[in-house]
Design a protein around this ligand. Structure first.
Ligand code: F6P
Length: 529
């Protein structure tokens, strides 16, 4: 039996839920005219309106008592102090130190973190400037005119999102991303790219990820066939925690930028993994991204629990996941520039908190991370909003709106949050003269929760703040669930099995020890060959 669900604070939240279940959002607004203002918080150029959730002062009080019981802010302090909060890998989680200088003022295993961070940022700046001023040259001594970034998961999603979301520096080289093992991805990304003029970044913390090595290897072979192996190697840069492997692979020593084991893959945008962002935005733009995130780090570090936005959002997540039965967290950014936000947050939340045991290894008897999914609005309105408005499964929706963005987009986003709140009753439909038989089909129960996160404008600072806000929210969720958000053993297992199956499919090793379904599938593919 989990100790969490038997704990006093958890039981008190459950009791609050039982006592308030059935009170609708419309009733909450009617009873409290100051609700919208009271439940709006601002940090780092982001205004968060949580008034369209079922929070009441008494629910809030019970949730804050849960946060206190679970010592969430104590865990925050331990994380910021460099303790090995990722206990299954014996690693600290110091991604915030990459962007908030005062959090980097500590020593880890005899190494001063701020010195390391500054050293790598200097190397990034030098490379970006070197390409711009022509010091860094292609194999044939011509200028570098494009950048290709090869990576996957946390070594891809963050830089890809930032480069898609933000305007590029006028003189920036175009940046292309290659990720999937499917060669079609590489072909699509590199159509029209002159590889002989490209700087190729191989981003892999472990430098052993199959997809990244396959893509990097294919690019190397193509380039080497044109300019020779030694010259081709000179156009590669590695960002990795395993310099030894990068060196062995053939990347020149002075082109290897380090990554440390105290930065998790899905938290690594702020490190040299963000190199493509530095190319696209310029180093100043990259620093603005870091500065935006730093504003949220400081807020998370300093704000008392009741005003601490990442904590408040995580408490709402727990409320909806564990007490109100929501098994989806839907991310809906309004604006094409943020189209890659849902997959980024999907990895952040699901890879971090898709766990079934607590930090002591005990099976949990409560839900952890819900399914995180979504799509850019308004496109998503024509795909899954029917499910949101009239489906049977509860979900928490995050609407992300840019205040200085397109008016019609903001109108749509806000209209959807209002429709989720209000619904449409059969009474209203009757008054409108809708045929009786049709009323149940057209009625919408409403009372569906949403959060609105309004960015002042979409720039590097607010994007950095938004991503840091979600990072800390996910951390707080994990602390409330007593799980370790920084490992991903489930993914590791799949990677290993794929490595074992590849020679089987090639007919180089026998298919032994697999379940009957897997054996049959393997056989079907082998027969095709
Ligand atoms: O998807 C699993 C994962 O381990 C992520 O955590 C990581 O970001 C990604 O693979 C890529 O790993 P690497 O940077 O080592 O190539």
């Amino acid at each position: 039996m989990s100790r969490l669900t038997q704990s006093p604070a958890w039981r008190a939240v459950a009791a609050r839920h039982a006592a308030t279940d059935g009170i609708t959002l419309t009733e909450l607004f009617a009873a409290d005219p100051g609700r919208a203002e009271r439940l709006t918080h601002e940090v780092g150029g982001i205004t968060c309106d949580s008034s369209k959730t079922h929070l009441t002062p008494s629910i809030e009080e019970s949730l804050l008592a849960l946060a206190a019981q679970e010592d969430v802010l104590g865990w925050r302090d331990r994380m910021f102090a460099g303790e090995r909060v990722n206990h299954t890998e014996q690693r600290p989680a110091l991604h915030a130190a990459l962007r908030t200088p005062e959090l980097a003022e500590l020593e880890l295993d005899g190494v001063h973190v701020s010195e390391e961070v500054e050293r790598v940022q200097r190397a990034m700046a030098d490379l970006v400037a070197g390409v711009a001023d022509g010091r860094v040259r292609a194999a044939d001594d011509g200028p570098i005119t494009q950048v290709v970034h090869v990576g996957i998961g946390g070594s891809d999603l963050g830089p890809r999102l930032a480069c898609a979301a933000l305007p590029h520096h006028p003189s920036a080289p175009p940046v292309h991303f290659v990720s999937n093992l499917d060669p079609a991805d590489r072909e699509r990304a590199l159509a029209g790219v002159d590889l002989e003029r490209a700087l190729i970044i191989v981003a892999s913390k472990t430098f052993s990820t199959a997809e990244t090595l396959a893509n990097a290897g294919a690019l190397f072979e193509t380039l080497a066939a044109r300019v020779g192996a030694a010259a081709a190697a000179g156009q590669f840069v590695a960002v990795t925690g395993r310099a030894d492997r990068a060196r062995e692979w053939g990347i020149p020593e002075d082109r290897i930028l380090p990554l440390w084991d105290w930065v998790g893959g899905r938290y690594s945008l702020w490190s040299a993994i963000g190199l493509p962002v530095a190319f696209a935005l310029g180093m100043d733009g990259f620093h603005s991204l870091l500065a935006g995130a730093a504003r949220v780090d400081r807020h998370f570090r300093d704000a008392p629990a009741a005003d601490n936005l990442p904590l408040r959002l995580a408490l709402l997540d727990v409320w909806y996941s564990n007490f109100a039965g929501a098994d989806s967290h839907v991310i809906i950014p309004y604006g094409e520039s943020l189209a890659l936000l849902p997959p980024y947050l999907q990895q952040l939340e699901m890879e971090s908190n898709g766990k079934s045991v607590d930090r002591d290894g005990l099976a949990v008897d409560y839900a952890t991370a819900p399914a995180v999914w979504g799509q850019v609005g308004t496109t998503g309105q024509h795909a899954f909003f029917q499910w949101l408005h009239q489906g049977t499964r509860p979900a928490l929706c995050d609407f992300i709106v840019v205040r200085e963005g397109t008016t019609a987009l903001a109108a749509n986003a806000i209209a959807q949050t209002a429709a989720l709140l209000d619904g449409r009753s059969t009474d209203t439909l009757r008054r409108e003269g809708v045929d009786e038989a049709l009323r149940p089909h057209r009625a919408m129960r409403g009372n569906r929760p949403s959060l609105t996160l309004m960015l002042e404008r979409l720039d590097a600072g607010t994007l950095g703040a938004l991503l840091a806000l979600y990072e800390h929210r996910v951390f707080c969720q994990a602390m409330l669930w007593r799980i370790n958000p920084f490992d991903q053993w489930g993914v590791e297992r799949g990677k290993r099995l794929a490595r074992e199956l590849t020679p089987v499919l090639r007919g180089e090793s026998p298919a032994e020890g697999w379940d009957p379904s897997t054996l049959a599938l393997l056989e079907r593919i082998r027969q095709r060959k």
